[in-house]
Design a protein around this ligand. Sequence first.
Ligand code: OGA
Ligand code: NI
Length: 203
Amino acid sequence: MRIACVQAKFGREIVSKYCKEVRELGFRLEDLISESLGLQRDYLRKVLGDQGQHMAINYYPPCPEPEMTYGLPGHTDPNALTILLQDLQVSGLQVLKDGKWLAVKPHPDAFVINIGDQLQALSNGIYMSVWHRAVVNSDKPRISVASFLCPQNDALLSVPPPLVADGSPAVYRDFTYAEYYGKFWSRNLDQEHCLELFKNPQH
Ligand code: OGA
Ligand code: NI
């Protein structure tokens, strides 16, 4: 009992530190993405507001007939940025590139960073929210830890004026994250890209 208590406390401290560190990493990436778009360093973070953070510990049990199912069907992440810690022993993540699903090999000491739908919208489509899925394994379970940085609910996702200053059109209409999130979950996960529903008519 005592050991369990000590371990629980230890685990809580580790998870809490992990969450904080991952958040800082996400913020640094958002700042760098902002700069890479020619925006002020803090532009994106200001738009995203007081970002929510969710963590999913995905456990994919082994499946005797792995080709019959998915751990997670193909989807894009609806949030701003996702930081994924993969299982080093068992791979399973795949990304869609040029119409083909490619396996993402787990790499020691590396995270997988997914651009989410909101960074695709805010970058006017310059950054792409990648389609990805998880497949299962016939004999080994797999665990992954995904940390999602999410815009605050009433954040207004609107194309940054400098990105349309040269006359290039805004690909998406303005929306709040709450509106987007509602739409995202009211459809099937593996349908067309949810951002398609927010495209301006000329696109
Ligand atoms: C997710 C996700 C992939 C994985 O949780 O959104 O894409 O490898 N996970 O578990
Ligand atoms: Ni995902």
